[in-house]
Ligand binder design. Structure first.
Ligand code: ZN
Length: 135
């Protein structure tokens, strides 16, 4: 049941283009995709570092999850996503360990991945995401 790697790190930013310039100009990375996810009220920019992605998240609505996060905590790391297989089984496994889930069932996230979040109160304050690439 071990995750294979960190699929991505989600970072909440106030302005996508401003935040992108650090990754492009200082780290020399190339943004390979910008995607709007209306469901989560965000616009995202992706960079690949090894097999891990950096996912910059800009809110498109102050009432959305990223808008609320920034209002409360400011910009910064929003979540860490682990790449898993059999995501449904992983969720059941976590639930059996007494972990509170935000998503009891996977839903569609960016890049067509199946995703589900665990509640940060159960994980030392870190919002954890499971994601699975269905083939
Ligand atoms: Zn994510």
């Amino acid at each position: 049941m071990k995750p294979s790697h960190i699929e991505h790190i989600g970072i909440a930013v106030s302005n996508l283009e401003d935040a992108m310039s650090f990754y492009e100009k200082v780290l020399g990375l190339t943004c390979y995709n910008i995607e709007e996810i209306p469901d989560q009220k965000v616009r995202t920019a992706f960079f690949l570092v090894g097999q891990t992605k950096i996912e910059l998240l800009e809110s498109t609505d102050p009432e959305g999850p990223i808008g609320k996060f920034i209002a409360k905590k400011g910009e910064g790391i929003h979540h860490i996503a682990f790449s898993v297989e059999k995501i449904e089984e992983q969720l059941v496994h976590a639930m059996k360990q007494g972990i509170t889930l935000i998503d009891c069932k996977p839903r569609k996230g960016a890049e067509g991945l199946d995703i589900a979040f665990l509640h940060p109160k159960a994980t030392s304050g870190v919002l954890i995401e499971f994601c699975e690439k269905k083939r």
